[in-house]
Design a protein around this ligand. Structure first.
Ligand SMILES: Nc1ncnc2c1ncn2[C@@H]1O[C@H](COP(=O)(O)OP(=O)(O)OP(=O)(O)O)[C@@H](O)[C@H]1O
Ligand SMILES: [Mg+2]
Length: 371
């Protein structure tokens, strides 16, 4: 087992409506919702612009483009973009993933059967085994692999020429890629979380494809709760559509979207039951912290890892929770979002609240303004 085998998404079953990883239903419908060409792909202006230049230049030269690495959190469109790359190049695409390639021989079999100009999509490339990775270095750089025949001292390496191909690697954890692998990509696209206006366009587009009638503020309501992630936007849209169909006349309005997402416990900011439980414990039981992770987890009734890897990343990203050396603390935004008032007592180790500073008199020598 290499450290690359461990991915939080695998260790925690996906049963949250705001999970960013794909569940079975997502996988079934995503193919239908994927944009097919670069022009249909919403947002990610920078990556789209860079990629369009890379692809157009390759088309003009009549050659395969450089290898492409797409990195970014789950559900932002890496798989979608890789298929778009093949479509834009009018090239066939072969799809595999790091965990599927356990032995170098598995990779050799795939590489040696590629046709000229084919796109090889290697999802979760950070989870490939080390020997396969080393074979990939040579294949990417020299379009050649050494196939080892036999075992022990009698083993011989038979070099095998490969046709030119384009590797498109996708990873949620670019930091785990060994530098020699990262360096062999000619272009790396860093995917960013989407702005609400972009997610609104995603929701409108998907609603049209799913034949759901939706008004603009209904779409905005869903977009605002989607955590910057198109996959979540599409999933929330499907849940809202169900609710609109069963409880109303099928049309998605702001009101219906808000009611439906209340049923699914997704709040205005996209926090779900777990996120809110963590914040509630931190605020109500520990006065906003600092409190240690394991204590917080016990208070919520979850494993430390679940709190740390499932709930916290989004809370930190939203500026609701901070991880400090002394423990987790809630920010002012967290108090406000949960509709709670911070206690007047300063929490241990933190400076006095502004209201109390005044009680201690004007500008004591030890506390000049601005410090
Ligand atoms: N820019 C976009 N415009 C429209 N829809 C998008 C866009 N990006 C992603 N989507 C939608 O979001 C869904 C998830 O995208 P995709 O599977 O490409 O994500 P991913 O980055 O590969 O995720 P993972 O890391 O889990 O593999 C797709 O069904 C696609 O329809
Ligand atoms: Mg993917």
């Amino acid at each position: 087992m290499s450290p690359y085998d461990s991915d939080p998404a695998d260790r925690f079953p996906v049963d949250r409506v705001v999970a960013s990883a794909a569940d079975g239903e997502d996988q079934a419908v995503e193919a239908a919702l994927r944009p097919k060409l670069l022009d249909e792909f919403i947002g990610q202006e920078r990556v789209r612009e860079q990629l369009s230049v890379v692809l157009q230049a390759a088309r003009q030269r009549g050659a395969s483009p450089d290898h492409v690495l797409l990195s970014g959190p789950p559900g932002l469109g890496k798989t979608t973009l890789s298929m778009i790359i093949a479509a834009e190049l009018n090239a066939p695409i072969r799809i595999t993933s790091g965990p599927a390639i356990q032995h170098a021989g598995d990779l050799a079999a795939i590489l040696s059967s590629l046709s000229e100009g084919e796109v090889l999509f290697l999802d979760e490339i950070h989870r490939m085994s080390r020997p396969a990775e080393e074979m990939l270095y040579m294949a990417m750089e020299d379009f050649r692999v050494d196939v080892i025949v036999g075992k022990g001292p009698g083993a011989t390496a038979i070099p095998l020429e490969l046709p030119p191909f384009t590797l498109v690697g996708a990873t949620t954890r670019a930091g785990l890629l060994p530098p020699p692998l990262r360096d062999r990509f000619g272009f790396t696209g860093h995917m960013e979380f989407y702005a609400p206006a972009e997610l609104e366009r995603v929701v409108h587009r998907s609603a049209a494809l799913l034949d759901v009638e939706i008004d603009p503020i209904g779409a905005a309501e869903i977009a605002g709760r989607s955590r910057g992630t198109p996959r979540i936007a599409n999933r929330l849209l499907r849940r809202v559509r169900d609710y609109a169909q069963v409880r109303h006349d099928g049309v998605v309005t702001r009101e219906i979207a808000a009611q439906a997402l209340k049923v699914y416990e997704v709040d205005e900011r996209g926090l779900d039951r777990l996120d809110r439980a963590v914040l509630t414990a931190l605020l109500k039981l520990f006065g906003g912290g600092p409190v240690g992770l394991s204590t917080l987890a016990v208070a919520v009734g979850e494993e430390s890892e679940t709190v740390e890897e499932v709930a916290e990343p989004f809370l930190v990203r939203e500026g609701l929770l901070a991880r400090t050396p002394r423990g987790r603390i809630a920010t002012a935004a967290a108090w406000q979002h949960m509709g709670l008032v911070p206690p007047l007592q300063p929490a241990a180790g933190r400076g006095p609240l502004p209201a109390q500073q005044e009680l201690f008199g004007q500008g004591g020598a030890a506390r000049p303004g601005g410090e």
